[in-house]
Design a protein around this ligand. Sequence first.
Ligand code: AMP
Length: 424
Amino acid sequence: MSFNSLGLSDALLKAINKKGYDTPSPIQEKAIPPILEGKDVLASAQTGTGKTAGFTLPLLQILSEGTTKRHRPVRALILTPTRELAAQIFENVKEYSEFLDIRSAVIFGGVNQKPQAATIKRGVDVLVATPGRLLDLCNQNILSLASVEIFVLDEADRMLDMGFVRDIERIIKLIPKKRQNLMFSATFSKDIKKLANGILTYPVSVEATPENTTVEVIQQKVYRVAKAKKTDLIIKLISEGNWQQVLVFTRTKHGANNLTKKMISSGITAAAIHGNKSQGARTKALEGFKNGSIRVMVATDIAARGLDIPLLPHVINFEIPNISEDYVHRIGRTGRAGASGEAISLVSADETSFLTDIQKLIGMKIPIEIVEGFEPDPNASTEPIKQGGARNRTPRGGGNSKSSKSTTKSSASNSGRRTRDRRN
Ligand code: AMP
């Protein structure tokens, strides 16, 4: 399958060629034809599948074939959950529309609205926006959505996670009833299905990867390891592999902070992102991570979900999640439109049942390795980790890294005493 056979115009093919894409990704192959036919589309696709081009290319084609009104009211609205994602989509829209007479703009909060208002006044065909600022500008009558022909709801699951459902409902009321709708989501919970029912009309469903299965290009690996040796092992893997951009997941905020401190003290630049960090601190960490000044970003699941983290060659689960679906979300951060990525999980005895659940969900056994010198503790308990972060609470009698280190060690050996020997 080539881009030529998808029915895209020469101007778009030229832009695609300039980007260096040879063949359409599966989601592009499946989504572009029905979108060009004017159908509503409900797509299951994660970041990294090429979904942005999947909706942007046909959308631009439809707009360029229609009549351009003199005042250039917004004809396509792309709604995204985060500023970073909005900025990224806008970049793509600009690149793909380079050889078309299409104007585009991006609006999001946290910055002065004046330049955004001025751009809108000059006329914009495609508007990429986050919900809050969009509603602000509409409420001030700076922006009208009355001429929207195509409405794209991107990363709908993250929209719901971030509490945007009411804003979405408000925005829908401001756009014409007769329109084409495209909705993209990585997961399909009951709430997402409900949202889709309210927005889409007889949608064509397309999926890049079946729900809850992990992308095949991702190499998954489990290292069985003694809990007390996880920190040393992760530092060894990152240092010896000379990995420059690694996303690490921990189960708790405290765990993220602790690990970040230890990385830094062993000479690896690292930053933690979690719910206790301000938006400013998170954005700064993410910027550093994207521009290469920070090698390792340590994140909790919730924090990672609200951020537009780029796709990476390496994702490491310092602790595997007790909610199996989170595993799929986490490792979906690796791999990039065809390129391979590696997702590593460090698994101690007390995470055994979580691993079993994850393997059940993804329908495959993840290959297991053991690194010499970092063998699992044969005496450790396989009793599941208590949920709610009790394991990671600040140790009594001091929070400095020395005392917390010794506490970690002693708690591991305590659990060793508590347990049955797995070899018996
Ligand atoms: P997305 O899932 O839209 O965030 O896209 C992920 C990455 O894949 C981006 O860096 C795109 O530029 C790239 N990409 C999109 N479509 C293709 C394609 N057909 N071939 C190669 N790379 C692509």
